[in-house]
Design a protein around this ligand. Structure first.
Ligand code: ADP
Ligand code: ADP
Length: 226
C-alpha cells in the first residue's frame, strides 16, 4: 500500500528563487501519475523532493499518512530511474543490478533471487554476464529499470527515462513500463514532456507550469477527448 500526499509544498533555491509553490496533490495506491509541462517548470524538483534527494522548503509530504520530510532517501520505500541512467561500465549487467542491494547489505542468495527475477521480467536473463557496452540502447535502459525494480519498492519514480532512446524504442519501452507498473503493483510517478507518453501511460495527468499545478485529470479529461 502506497498513498502519497503533498500538502502546500514550496521549494526555493537560495533566497528568492521559488521553483515550486502551493503544490497540493494526493496520489492513491496503484496509480500511474504522469507529470507534464515545459522544461524548467519543476517536474524533476518535485520528484527529487519525493525521493528525498532535495529538501522540501515548506509544506508536508506523507506516505501512508506518515510524514516523510525528514526521512533519509534510503529509508523511503522508493525506487527511482533517471534520464541519464549511467551504468557502471566495468561491471556486468548482474553486478549493475545487484549494486544497490549489496550496499544495503542484502544476503547473496537474496540478491541473486531478486536480480534473476528482475532479469526475467525485463528479458535480460541471457545478458547478465555482459558489460553495458555490449548492449543495445533498449537493453541498457532495461538494466536501468532493473536496477530500480530489484529494490522491490512500493513507489516507482521515473524522470524522463526514455528521452535518450530513438522513437521506435520509446514506443516499445512505453508499453513495457506500463506492464511493469501493473505487474509490480507499484504507485508510479513518471515525468515527461511528451504528450503521447502521458496519454498512453497515465491513470492521471498532472499538468505543471512555473511550479504550480494547472490541471489534474485522466488523459481524457486533460486532453478533452470525446
Ligand atoms: P531537466 O529539466 O531535464 O530536469 P535541467 O537541465 O533543467 O534538466 O537540469 C539538470 C540538472 O541541473 C538538475 O540536476 C538540476 O537540479 C540542475 N540545475 C538546473 N538548473 C539549475 C540552476 N539554475 N542552478 C543549479 N543547478 C541547476
Ligand atoms: P523540469 O524538470 O520541469 O525541467 P526542474 O525541476 O529541473 O524542471 O527545474 C525547475 C526550476 O528550478 C528551473 O528553473 C531550474 O533552473 C531550477 N533549478 C533546478 N535545480 C536548481 C538548483 N540546484 N539551483 C537553482 N535552481 C535550480
Amino acid at each position: 500500500m502506497s498513498d502519497l500526499k503533498l500538502v502546500d509544498i514550496k521549494k526555493t533555491y537560495g533566497k528568492d528563487t521559488t521553483v515550486v509553490e502551493g503544490f497540493n496533490l494526493e496520489i492513491n495506491d496503484g496509480e500511474f501519475i504522469v507529470f507534464v509541462g515545459p522544461s524548467g517548470c519543476g517536474k524533476s524538483t518535485i520528484l527529487r523532493m519525493i525521493a528525498g534527494l532535495e529538501e522540501i522548503t515548506e509544506g508536508d509530504f506523507y506516505i501512508n499518512d506518515k510524514r516523510m520530510n525528514d526521512i533519509e532517501p534510503k529509508n523511503r520505500d522508493i525506487a527511482m530511474v533517471f534520464q541519464n541512467y549511467a551504468l557502471y561500465p566495468h561491471m556486468s549487467v548482474f553486478d549493475n543490478m545487484a549494486f544497490g542491494l549489496k550496499l544495503r547489505g542484502k544476503k547473496k542468495s537474496e540478491i541473486k533471487r531478486r536480480v534473476d527475477e528482475a532479469a526475467k521480467i525485463l528479458g535480460l536473463t541471457d545478458f547478465l554476464t555482459r558489460k553495458p557496452k555490449a548492449l543495445s540502447g533498449g537493453q541498457r535502459q532495461r538494466v536501468a529499470l532493473g536496477r530500480a525494480i530489484v529494490r522491490d519498492a512500493g513507489i516507482f519514480l521515473m524522470d524522463e527515462p526514455l528521452s535518450n532512446l530513438d522513437a521506435k524504442l520509446r514506443v516499445q519501452m512505453r508499453a513495457e513500463i506500463s506492464k511493469l507498473h501493473h505487474r509490480l503493483g507499484t504507485t508510479s510517478i513518471y515525468v515527461t514532456h511528451d504528450q503521447t507518453e502521458a496519454l498512453t501511460m497515465a491513470s492521471r495527468i498532472v499538468v505543471l507550469d512555473k511550479g504550480q499545478i494547472m490541471q489534474v485529470g485522466t488523459p481524457k479529461e486533460v486532453y478533452d477527448m470525446p
